[in-house]
Design a protein around this ligand. Structure first.
Ligand code: FES
Ligand SMILES: [Fe+2]
Length: 368
């Protein structure tokens, strides 16, 4: 798991103005709440007094109040009130980490890391939003019992489709059809099936027949460690573009937020069957993913036998390595050893401006 990227925290719908909400990401606990201006705020959940869970408290005057002894923290993470101190200001150390938030597409995203704004990898934008002839549906949320890297790699894997999703009639991808293109925060590939005469295109949409493959192409890319986009262009200019924003809860669970764009079968009445189709495909994947061993991807490539068709997965791991080399990878082994003994916080941008924090920052690979 990696700090310094944007992560989905919850859906807008899940967050009301009455109660704070717990979110678990990257192996730590966060609290998310709405202030009176309607802005979502995301803080470290652990009260720095004696470990209360802020998410179990109340929202009072745009602050979240710890349920244990009533300390109040504003959206910037500053403690504004310690009841037994009366009118006295809380000490400078009375603060918790607070993270930049961007709420869009019906999802509350937070930047979980300490990079200053100018250096942050951007949140991946749904480019089709507001474009004429396109419709966005979702977010559809699902929680899967797998490590997020395994989930992303599965999405980047064109070789599994014919075996895991035979009902979708995905054509076989030959290794020479995979051409990787690198971008700053990820890479992509698109496979062209226009000349693939045996393709059984069973995804039924208007003007599509089972034998027509003109314009049939599909591709996938990732942006940062946890965002994946899959595009499927069917004959007749019928396109589906699926955006998966993944929230690693722990090293064994992942919460996935799906936003789907399409330029056909428009109308909200079609959302349900399209979501059902995506969830059916996801269930087929989960059956494989929850049985993978080891649970997490091995540290080196030679512990698995890669073939040319695994190129997108290999490239993904190279990008991950680059982010690890920047010092952004969480040291999960230390986190596991310390589980239950040490409360960590993902470092927030304010940690670069001031010291004197009560909680330790999560351990990072290569920094200790
Ligand atoms: S533990 Fe939060 S106020 Fe005491
Ligand atoms: Fe799949």
């Amino acid at each position: 798991m990696y700090i310094n990227f944007w992560y989905p925290i919850c859906t807008s719908e899940e967050l009301d103005q009455q109660n704070p909400r717990r979110a678990e990401l990257l192996g730590v606990r966060l609290v998310v709440f709405r202030d009176s201006g309607g802005n979502a705020r995301v803080l470290s959940d652990t009260c720095i007094h004696r470990g209360g869970s802020l998410a179990k408290g109340k929202i009072i005057d745009d602050c979240v109040q710890c349920p244990y002894h009533g300390w109040e923290f504003d959206g910037d993470g500053q403690c504004t009130k310690i009841p037994p101190l009366g009118d006295k200001n809380p000490p400078a150390r009375a603060k918790v980490d607070s993270y930049p938030v961007d709420e869009k597409y019906g999802v509350v995203f937070a930047f979980l890391g300490d990079l200053p704004e100018a250096e942050r990898p951007p949140l991946y934008e749904v480019a089709e939003l507001g474009k004429e002839g396109w419709q966005i549906s979702g977010p559809v949320v699902l929680e899967v019992p797998t490590y997020f890297e395994r989930s992303i790699e599965n999405g980047l894997d064109p070789l599994h489709n014919e075996f895991v999703h035979p009902g979708q009639g995905a054509p076989r991808v030959e290794s020479d059809q995979i051409e990787m293109q690198d971008a700053k925060w990820g890479s992509r590939f698109v496979s062209d099936f226009s000349n693939y005469t045996q393709a059984e295109n069973r995804l039924k949409v208007a003007d599509t027949s089972d034998t027509d493959t003109e314009g049939l192409r599909a591709g996938t890319w990732y942006h940062g460690p946890n965002t994946m986009v899959t595009e499927i262009h069917l004959p007749g200019n019928n396109s589906f573009i699926q955006h998966a924003y993944e929230a690693p809860i722990s090293d064994t669970r992942t919460r996935i937020y799906l936003l789907s764009a399409r330029n056909n079968t428009l109308g909200a009445e079609n959302d349900q069957w399209i979501h059902d189709t995506y969830l059916k495909i996801a269930a087929e994947d989960v059956e494989i993913l929850e049985n993978l061993w080891p649970l997490r991807t091995p540290d080196t490539l030679n512990k698995e036998l890669m073939t040319p068709g695994d190129a997108p997965v290999v490239r993904y791991r190279e990008y991950l390595k680059d982010w690890e080399n920047r010092g952004w990878r969480i040291d999960q082994k230390t986190m596991q050893q310390e589980y239950g003994d040490t409360a960590y916080a993902i470092p927030c941008p304010a940690r670069r401006q001031s010291g004197n924090w009560v909680l330790d920052s999560v351990p990072l690979v290569g920094s200790g």
